[in-house]
Design a protein around this ligand. Structure first.
Ligand code: FES
Length: 248
């Protein structure tokens, strides 16, 4: 495959950025999108140019590090992570725009790399349980109803990639935060911090400058792990319940 790439280049956070155009040839349809970018970078390095900076780690769709807006879509045209997107999803001769996540709370660090530490600070504010340490308890020592276990597991699948924020017209982190709140709040292990968790995580989300939710639904469409839109309603319910129980 031969492709024309228009890639966002920005030397550092304070520098102005712009799209740069590159031609790449000899791309296999079976390459991943990141392997295609590796090919571009090898050519840039051989030509003495600066390679394109982009985030990645596991390349298996589980770590949440990869983060590209491809032709206007977070993670591109398939419902998966950028590292699991393959070039067979594109046409020979196609022009592909590659941009970083666009959100005020995710400032660009360099080229296609953005600072997603705002997510870390939301997690730090309440995404934990205060279980005493010691030997591992028996698997069935704390019974969890099957529907609750399924609900928790569905939300635990969030890998924190930030596609929900990038896809949202408001730059909202409600889907991410709701996944983290709902994952723990439904379990008995998460009960001691049930109220403070949702109050603190929502407050941290607001402090980081993420936008409000207007139920556009783009977040759930872009999520590579299928976190459902009603997750946000479940978090709102938890938040209302907590405001009645906790006086601050
Ligand atoms: S690099 Fe880990 S999810 Fe894509």
């Amino acid at each position: 495959m031969k492709l024309t790439l228009r890639v966002w280049r920005q030397p550092h956070a304070e520098a102005p950025g712009a799209m740069a155009t590159y031609e790449v040839d000899g791309i296999s349809p079976n390459m991943s999108f990141l392997e295609m970018l590796d090919t571009l970078n090898e050519e840039l390095v051989l030509d003495g140019d600066e390679p394109v900076a982009f985030d990645h780690d596991c390349r298996e769709g589980i770590c949440g590090a990869c983060s590209l807006v491809i032709n206007g879509d977070a993670h591109g045209p398939e419902p998966t992570t950028t590292c699991q997107l393959h070039m067979r999803s594109f046409q020979d001769g196609q022009t592909i725009d590659v941009e970083p996540w666009r959100a005020a709370a995710f400032p660009v660090v360099k080229d296609l790399v953005v600072d997603r530490s705002a997510f870390d600070r939301i997690i730090q504010s309440g995404g934990y349980i205060s279980a005493p340490t010691g030997t591992a308890p028996d698997a069935h020592a704390t019974p969890v109803p099957k529907p609750d276990a399924d609900f928790a597991f569905e939300h635990a699948e969030c890998i924190g990639c930030g596609a929900c924020v990038a896809a949202c017209p408001n730059g909202s982190a409600m889907l991410f935060t709701s996944a983290k709140v709902n994952h723990l709040n439904v379990l008995p292990q998460g009960a001691p911090e049930r109220e403070t968790r949702v109050l603190d995580m929502v407050a941290a989300m607001d402090e980081e400058g993420f936008g409000g939710c207007t139920l556009a639904g783009e977040c759930a469409t872009a999520c590579p792990k299928g976190i459902p839109l009603p997750s946000i309603a479940a978090m709102n319910k938890e938040w209302l319940r907590a405001t009645r129980k906790v006086r601050r």
